[in-house]
Design a protein around this ligand. Structure first.
Ligand SMILES: [Zn+2]
Ligand SMILES: [Zn+2]
Ligand SMILES: [Zn+2]
Length: 302
């Protein structure tokens, strides 16, 4: 499945790049939504999520399995799942329900058990380490509590994280950042500084303009790749989201503070259709400002 992946290089791939309503918006026929439907290709976006090959997935929207299939990702390889926040376009835990195993009966083979019992899974799985805030953890526990099964039985390990406290798992180091997003919730949304294989990546969807303590942490690193939301495009300047003017400001700030390693890409994703023109039209405009507009399936070699 990882035929395009070279061992010496690390590959980051955007599986989806839209905001919640998708792009075109499922229920909208405005100018840009209509334009995207007509043009197709890179102009069609599904909910934001990404993979760092071979085994790190970031966010888990409803159509994750279709997105994985579309881009040739084996979900069986995924060992680390980073969840930014429990908004519905980023986190839908229910597909994890089907990881529950059917225990092979004593003295029976797997095949015999399959003939005698129904169930969603009959073979061993790698452990899936889920990293997220307290609410994300609760949602997984609630899911398995419905069938009285401990989360561990589904080969899942939960790692609750809080802003600014690093979490290390194997070769992966994650620094959770406090996003300026979901401010009314008990737990803020998280952005992540991800360190693996000698590379450092900032993944900031959804974020809002950086809180002072968050930017203070961001500027302590140098990045091989940066991903920041461009949600509202040329539209509304919302407190909880970026638009393109804010994104340009961030690009300039990262340049001024020398946060990008030579050749590093400054990318944007999580695009809302109604205020951001179709990819074909707006990607070249952003490119001139040294911002790479991601599209579904786009790979970045690191
Ligand atoms: Zn979102
Ligand atoms: Zn629209
Ligand atoms: Zn959100």
């Amino acid at each position: 499945m990882r035929k395009n992946h070279k061992e010496d290089k690390m590959t980051f791939q955007f599986l989806g790049t839209s905001a919640g309503e998708q792009y075109p918006g499922f229920w909208c026929t405005c100018e840009y939504c209509a334009q995207a439907r007509r043009r197709g290709g890179k102009n069609i976006r599904k909910n934001s999520c990404a993979i760092i090959y071979p085994n790190i997935l970031i966010d888990f929207p409803a159509e994750i399995f279709i997105q994985a299939e579309r881009w040739g990702v084996s979900m069986l390889d995924i060992e680390y799942l980073l969840i930014t926040h429990p908004h519905e376009d980023h986190w839908q835990p229910w597909p994890l329900f089907w990881r529950q195993p059917v225990p092979v009966r004593k003295g029976r083979s797997v095949k015999e058990t399959m003939a005698e019992l129904g169930g969603p899974r009959f073979t061993p799985l790698k452990t899936l380490h889920i990293i997220g805030n307290r609410r994300v953890m609760e949602m997984v526990r609630e899911l398995f509590a419905k069938i009285n099964l401990p989360v561990k039985a589904a080969d899942i390990e939960l790692h609750e994280v809080v802003p600014f406290k690093a979490c290390r798992l194997g070769k992966l180091e994650v620094m959770p950042l406090k996003a300026n997003h979901m401010k009314k919730a008990a737990e803020p949304a998280l952005n992540y500084i991800i360190k693996t294989n000698g590379r450092t990546i900032l993944y900031a969807l959804d974020t809002g303009w950086f809180l002072p303590e968050t930017y203070e942490r961001i500027r302590q690193y140098q990045y091989d790749m940066v991903v920041i939301e461009g949600t509202f495009g040329n539209g509304v300047d919302s407190e909880e989201h970026f638009n393109f003017p804010k994104l340009e400001k961030a690009r300039q700030l990262f340049g001024k503070d020398r946060l990008l390693k030579p050749g590093a890409k400054f990318c944007t994703s999580h695009i809302c259709p109604h205020a951001a023109p179709a990819h074909d039209r707006i990607a070249p405009v952003l490119r001139r400002k040294e911002i790479v507009l991601a599209h579904d399936g786009m790979k970045v070699l690191l």
